[in-house]
Write a protein that binds this ligand. Structure first.
Ligand code: NAD
Length: 411
């Protein structure tokens, strides 16, 4: 099943609960605008190479469209479309005044130099600057991109449109970024994990956690949950997994990754395992925080964790989701679980528009507040309607988007 088919299936389940007519569903599944651009750049060795970039603007019924920019070799239009729709539902679930969008370039950033990544980013902005911007579509970091990429993006955008730091979020703090943005997605995953454990009557100290992916989301999730006294027993990245039954020394894993270009390869203080083994570990909480499509009908029944928290976007195939639900496991869906990033991006955008910077403490407090409200609302819907947390989150998000579109007379 393609990524887009999965998000549409979830949409239809929620739409059934909301009794939305076919015409509304059609409006909700189609994107407002989709663009593919050619990105020819000169490599460091003088060769000309051409890449493909995408920006999908899914829906702006609730405000300017917001969504990350992904650099990964498997980026394609189907994936970007699905991720753009997810952003529309996500911003609605956490009640931010935004719609949803997503972008991506099909490259492997590990295989490119910093100068090459800068040229690719600037060329991408050259191609899309006319239909993005602070009131229209605001990118942010995603897989394979970071605050440096956002700094290049802002600088290039400003060459066309003048000083405008709110054109992109996730920037370095020295360049109109928000303190706390970098940690926000992982911190949010951690905050929501603790809320869910509380509702399920589990104590952090008795909770073993395995995390797939040790980039921005995975590493900050590990850091937060370790501080909260959960036992982080395994982490992984594309080089493989690292397991210690008594609990990893998370600060030492972070230090190791920071001094090895973000990679865990060669980390000696844990038993090496594969990513597949990590997914099937005996633990209480499993957090996919890397790529999509890692929980399938083939591995779902082999997984032991009763709680799955979707740090990554689209990690679970619908067939697997149904299997997990039938086995009574709890899945906290991506459109809520990883919404901490877009929430602090919103804080950054709001601060940029006021030329005023909040303290990190304020960012953390407001993040906690926004995520708590969203979690409680989703939990309540799930209890009232007897649905999974995923269907409840879609009911909340899709309900808000369709009401806004109806009130504006858009459909
Ligand atoms: P990142 O590039 O910082 O890190 C990705 C991590 O995944 C790296 O450790 C990488 O080695 C690992 N990885 C890549 N391919 C893998 C594979 N095949 N198997 C196992 N590990 C693999 O990316 P990120 O920003 O941490 O994003 C991770 C996920 O979280 C993505 O699905 C992204 O869409 C989602 N997300 C990110 C943000 C954000 O603010 N960065 C916000 C919301 C959702």
């Amino acid at each position: 099943m393609k990524a887009l088919d999965a998000t549409q299936l979830y949409l239809n389940r929620a739409a059934d609960h909301l009794e939305l007519p076919e015409s509304t569903r059609q409006f909700l599944v189609t994107a407002k605008r989709e663009v593919q651009v050619q990105i020819p750049i000169e490599r460091d060795d003088g060769r000309l190479e051409t890449y493909l970039g995408y920006r999908v603007q899914h829906n702006d019924a609730r405000g300017p469209m917001k969504g990350g920019l992904r650099y990964h070799p498997e980026v394609d239009l189907d994936e970007v479309r699905a991720l753009a729709a997810l952003m529309t539902w996500k911003t609605a679930v956490v009640n931010l005044p935004y719609g949803g969008a997503k972008g991506g370039i099909a490259i492997d950033p590990q295989q490119l130099s910093s100068r090459e990544l800068e040229r690719i980013t600037r060329k991408f902005v050259d191609e899309i600057h006319d239909f993005v911007g602070p009131n229209n579509d605001i990118p942010a970091p995603d897989m394979g991109t970071d605050s440096q990429v956002m700094a290049w993006y802002m600088n290039q955008y400003q060459k066309y449109h003048g000083f405008n730091p709110a054109c992109v979020t996730g920037k370095p703090v020295e360049m109109y970024g928000a303190p706390g943005r970098e940690e926000a997605t992982g911190r949010g995953v951690g905050i929501l994990c603790l809320k869910l454990l509380g509702r399920l009557g589990r104590k952090p100290q008795q909770t073993r956690v395995a995390i797939q992916g040790f980039g921005n989301v995975g590493s900050h999730t590990a850091w937060f949950l370790n501080k909260a006294e959960c036992r982080v027993v395994a982490v992984s990245d594309r080089s493989g997994g690292y397991f210690r039954p008594g609990g990893l020394d998370v600060p030492s894993v972070v230090r190791y990754a920071n001094s090895h270009r973000g990679m865990l390869a060669g980390y000696q203080e844990a038993e090496p395992i594969t990513n597949e083994q990590l997914m099937e570990l005996d633990c209480e909480v499993l957090i996919p925080a890397a790529i999509g499509g890692v929980i399938t009908e083939q591995n779902a029944h082999k997984m032991k964790a009763p709680i799955i928290i979707e740090g990554a976007n689209n990690p679970t195939y619908p067939g697997a989701d149904d299997l997990l639900a039938a086995e009574g496991r709890t899945v906290l869906p991506d459109i809520l679980a990883n919404a901490g990033g877009v929430t602090v991006s919103y804080f950054e955008w709001a601060q940029n528009r006021q030329y005023y910077q909040w303290t990190q403490n304020r960012v953390r407090q407001e993040l906690d507040h926004v995520l708590t409200l969203a979690f409680e609302a989703v939990w309540e819907i799930a209890q009232q309607r007897g649905t999974s947390l995923r269907t409840a989150a879609y009911i909340l998000g899709i309900g808000r988007v369709s009401r806004a579109a109806t009130l504006a007379g858009r459909m």
